[in-house]
Design a protein around this ligand. Structure first.
Ligand code: DOR
Ligand code: ZN
Length: 346
């Protein structure tokens, strides 16, 4: 039996760090285990210009524990007004790694997102020309489409046509939640990939809705039925480089989650590596964990893997705090619902 596992230090290819007191409170949770993370730009107001990304990066660096080597990989929030020159310059200088496309209204702080995808075509063409990846929240927002179908419909109605119009664009389908998403994501290796969250590998919609409403399991895209979770698990543990980790760790204070209109987002930064080791071990795929957490993301983004390593050790049940105290308020940590035995020890 394996009791110790050394991996290239992992990266998180989809992370919400927020700002202000929340940022200060939660940044150390990611910086502890991860080398780098793609930082989502859905602040209020969103990070749409290079100048805003530069200022936000400085605030993140200031929130890191002393001596931390964690590197935030910044993104710009695409709008119908994004200036292709500003975006290209931010990419060329190394300040910005990718741009994020939110359909307007799809999720938390996405009001400035894109309504008419044809309007962003010139920006996407520029991104394709300079090799800048687009990260996309892949859900339609149409009120007549059932929330459980919004990802599959997005692929057919929006993403596939968009990729045909801009065939050289590198696209990351963020936080896929369906068998359809997993199937599409592997259809164009090197051009198309998907991130998968920790929680979508561990929960299905019953966890949210059965035996009482569990706001801390509510996120977007919402977890689907068990067959979809199994498809995601198969994808993540397959060793196919088209799938890599993006936790979508998205803190909201408990007040904001436990409300008549609760916010979407699951905070998993604190225990993600422990959860994933458990999930991969149960799937008989511990040997595929490093690819998923540490190798396939950098490969897709054209970066080298981290040079250092982490070690996970298996032992008695590992306890994590149920919440992290921040200056903005308490933030509940993802409860995986199963006992965890792997701990990052080095
Ligand atoms: O659950 C989510 N929370 N999904 C998103 O797409 C956004 C995120 C957030 O910012 O809270
Ligand atoms: Zn997200």
């Amino acid at each position: 039996m394996t009791h110790s596992l050394t991996l290239t230090r992992p990266d998180d290819w989809h992370l919400h760090l927020r700002d202000g007191a929340m940022l200060t409170g939660i940044a150390p949770e990611t910086a502890r285990d991860f080398g780098r993370a793609i930082i989502m730009p859905n602040l209020v107001p969103p990070v749409v210009t290079a100048a805003q990304a530069l200022a936000y990066k400085a605030r993140i660096m200031a929130a890191l524990p002393e001596g931390s080597k964690f590197q935030p990989l910044m993104t710009l929030y695409l709008t119908e007004k994004t200036d292709p020159d500003d975006l290209a310059a931010a990419h060329a200088s190394g300040l910005v790694t990718a741009a994020k496309l939110y359909p307007a209204g799809a999720t938390t702080n996405s009001a400035s997102g894109v309504q008419n995808f044809v309007k962003v075509q010139p920006v996407l063409e520029r991104m394709a020309a300079i090799g800048m990846p687009m990260c996309v929240h892949g859900e339609v927002t149409d009120a007549d489409v059932d929330i459980f179908d919004r990802e599959a419909v997005f692929i057919d109605r929006v993403l596939d046509p968009l990729r045909r119009r801009v065939p050289d664009l590198k696209v990351v389908m963020e936080h896929i939640t369906t068998a359809e998403g997993a199937a599409y994501a592997k259809s164009d290796p090197g051009k198309l990939a998907a991130t998968i969250t920790t929680h979508h590998l561990m929960i299905n919609r019953n966890h949210i809705l059965s035996g009482g409403l569990r706001p801390h399991y509510y996120c977007l895209p919402v977890a689907k039925r068990e067959t979809h979770r199994l498809a995601l698990l198969k994808a993540a543990t397959s060793g196919n480089p088209s799938y890599f980790l993006g936790t979508d760790s998205a803190p909201h204070t408990d007040d904001a989650k436990e409300s008549a209109c609760g916010c979407a987002g699951i905070f998993s930064a604190t225990n993600t590596m422990s959860c994933l080791a458990e999930v991969f071990e149960r799937a008989g795929a511990l040997d595929k964990l490093e690819g998923f957490t540490s190798l396939f993301g950098p490969k897709f983004y054209g970066l080298a893997p981290n040079a250092d390593h982490i070690t996970l050790t298996k032992g008695a049940e590992v306890e994590f705090p149920s919440y992290i105290s921040t200056g903005a308020g308490p933030v509940t940590v993802f409860n995986p619902g199963i006992d965890l035995h792997w701990k990052v020890t080095d």
